[in-house]
Design a protein around this ligand. Structure first.
Ligand code: C2E
Ligand code: MG
Ligand code: MG
Length: 383
C-alpha cells in the first residue's frame, strides 16, 4: 500500500541517517575535524527526522537529540570520546531535546562542578553546613511583619555561602532533596517554637517544597505531622510553598496529599504564581491559603502594562477565592505603591528586608514587638 511504501521509504531514510549518525559517533568521529561538516550531517539527520512518518495511517513525529564530541590531540582514549559525546547528548536532552550539542571544555568544567557539588552535598546536613535564612513578609499597609519565608543556605567550607539556585536543582536530581527538605521543615519548626517561646512568633513561617519532595508521597505529610507535634508548633503557623509547576502536574495522589496537609491544619501557598501555565481549575480545586505573585511579574509592574494587568487579575482572583495575596520581589517604593493601590495585602522583597540569618530575623521581630501595632514600621534594609 501507499502507506506502507511511505513507511518503508521513511524507515530506509531513518536507517541511512542512523547509519550516518553511527558513522559520526563511532567509527569516523576521529575523522570529522570540521565542526561545520558535522553540523551539515546533523542538520540532514534532523531534517529527515522532522518529516512525519506514516505508520498504519497515523502520522508519527519523532525528534532526535544528538551529542557530538570531536577527537583532538588531547583526547586520551576512544572511551573518553564516547563519554564526551554521551555528556553532550545529555545536555541536548536537558536543553529541551530535538537539538544537538557539542562537547566543550567549559561543559566539562560545569559537569565536574556539578559532580563535586553533589559529592559535597552528601553529608552536608550532618556536618551542620546547612542553615535557614528568613525573609520577612509584611502587611503592605503598615509594613508590619506578618510572616517569614525560610530560605535554605549552604555554608560551604570552601565555596562560602551557596544559594539554593546552585544546589537545589542538583539535589533534586540526586535525590538528596529529601534529606534537605526534612532538615528545612525540622529547623523551621524548631525556630518557630523558639520564637513562640520568646513571644516573637510571626503569624506564619513558610517553607519551600520542591516537586520531587512532594512526589515522594505520603511520607512528607507524615513527617510534617510528626515534626510539628514534636516541636509543639500549631500547624496553622506553618505554610508549605508549592510552585505552580508542581501544581500543574497535580495527580490524584497529589490532591490527596494536599487534602491531608490541610487536614493537619498546615497552610499551602502557591509560589511564583503567574510564571507557569496557570490553570484556573486547580486554583479553585485545592484549599490554598495564600497566593504568591511571582517576582518576575512584580519586577516590571510599573513599566509593563501587560504585567500590571496580570498582577491586578491575580490580586482580584485571590480576593474572589478568599485567600491571602502576597507579592514577591518588591524592590522599589513605586512597585509597593502600585500593589497597595491594586489591593494586594502583603509583600516581600528587598525594599522591606533581604533574607537574613535567624538571629537577625529575631532582632527584626523584637523591633516589631516594641512597635505599637498601628504605627507604620520602618524596616531596616539589612545586608
Ligand atoms: P522563592 O521561593 O521564590 O524565593 C524567593 C527568592 O527571591 C529568594 O531567593 C529570595 O532571596 C529572592 N528575593 C527576595 N526578595 C527579592 C527582591 O526584592 N528582589 C530579588 N531580585 N530577589 C528577591 P533564594 O533564597 O536564592 O531562593 C531561590 C529559590 O530557591 C526559591 O525561590 C525557592 O524556589 C528555592 N528554595 C529556597 N529555599 C528552598 C528550600 O528550602 N527548599 C526548596 N525545595 N527550595 C528552596
Ligand atoms: Mg518560596
Ligand atoms: Mg517565589
Amino acid at each position: 500500500s501507499q502507506a506502507a511504501q511511505e513507511q518503508s521509504t521513511g524507515i530506509s531514510e531513518i536507517n541511512s541517517s542512523v547509519g550516518a549518525m553511527d558513522q559520526i559517533t563511532q567509527q569516523n568521529a576521529a575523522m570529522v575535524e570540521e565542526t561545520n561538516a558535522a553540523t551539515q550531517n546533523l542538520l540532514g539527520i534532523n531534517q529527515t527526522l522532522a518529516e512525519p512518518f506514516l505508520i498504519q495511517g497515523n502520522e508519527v513525529h519523532v525528534t532526535s537529540s544528538i551529542g557530538i564530541a570531536r577527537c583532538t590531540a588531547e583526547t586520551p582514549t576512544p572511551d573518553t570520546l564516547t563519554m564526551q559525546a554521551d555528556l553532550a547528548l545529555y545536555r541536548a536532552k536537558e536543553d529541551g531535546r530535538n537539538c544537538f550539542r557539542f562537547h566543550s571544555e567549559a561543559f566539562d568544567r560545569e559537569v565536574h562542578e556539578r559532580v563535586s557539588i553533589s559529592d559535597d552535598l552528601r553529608g552536608a546536613v550532618e556536618r551542620g553546613e546547612l542553615c535557614l535564612y528568613y525573609q520577612p513578609q509584611v502587611a503592605l499597609g503598615t509594613g508590619r511583619i506578618v510572616g517569614a519565608e525560610a530560605l535554605l543556605r549552604w555554608k560551604h567550607p570552601q565555596r562560602g555561602l551557596v544559594n539554593p539556585a546552585k544546589f537545589i536543582p542538583i539535589a533534586e536530581r540526586t535525590g538528596a532533596i529529601n534529606v534537605l527538605g526534612e532538615f528545612v521543615i525540622s529547623e523551621a519548626c524548631r525556630q518557630l517554637r523558639e520564637w513562640i517561646d520568646q513571644g516573637l512568633a510571626p503569624g506564619v513561617v513558610a517553607v519551600n517544597c520542591s516537586a520531587s519532595q512532594f512526589k515522594a508521597g505520603p511520607d512528607l505529610v507524615d513527617f510534617i505531622g510528626a515534626v510539628t507535634e514534636l516541636a509543639g508548633v500549631p500547624p496553622a503557623q506553618l505554610e508549605v510553598e508549592l510552585t505552580e509547576s508542581v501544581l500543574m502536574e497535580v495527580t490524584q495522589q497529589h490532591s490527596e496529599l494536599m487534602a491531608r496537609l490541610r487536614q493537619l491544619g498546615v497552610r499551602i501557598a502557591i509560589d511564583d504564581f503567574g510564571t507557569g501555565y496557570s490553570s484556573l481549575s486547580y486554583l479553585t480545586s485545592y484549599p490554598f491559603s495564600r497566593l504568591k505573585i511571582a517576582q518576575e511579574l512584580v519586577f516590571d509592574v510599573t513599566r509593563e502594562r501587560r504585567n500590571a494587568t496580570v498582577v491586578r487579575a491575580a490580586i482580584r482572583l485571590a480576593g474572589e477565592l478568599g485567600i491571602e495575596c502576597i507579592a514577591e520581589g518588591i524592590e522599589t517604593p513605586e512597585q509597593a505603591a502600585f500593589l497597595v493601590e491594586a489591593g494586594c495585602g502583603q509583600g516581600q522583597g528587598y525594599l522591606f528586608a533581604r533574607p537574613v540569618e535567624a538571629s537577625e530575623m529575631t532582632a527584626l521581630l523584637r523591633e516589631r514587638r516594641e512597635q505599637p501595632a498601628d504605627k507604620p514600621q520602618q524596616l531596616s534594609l539589612a545586608g
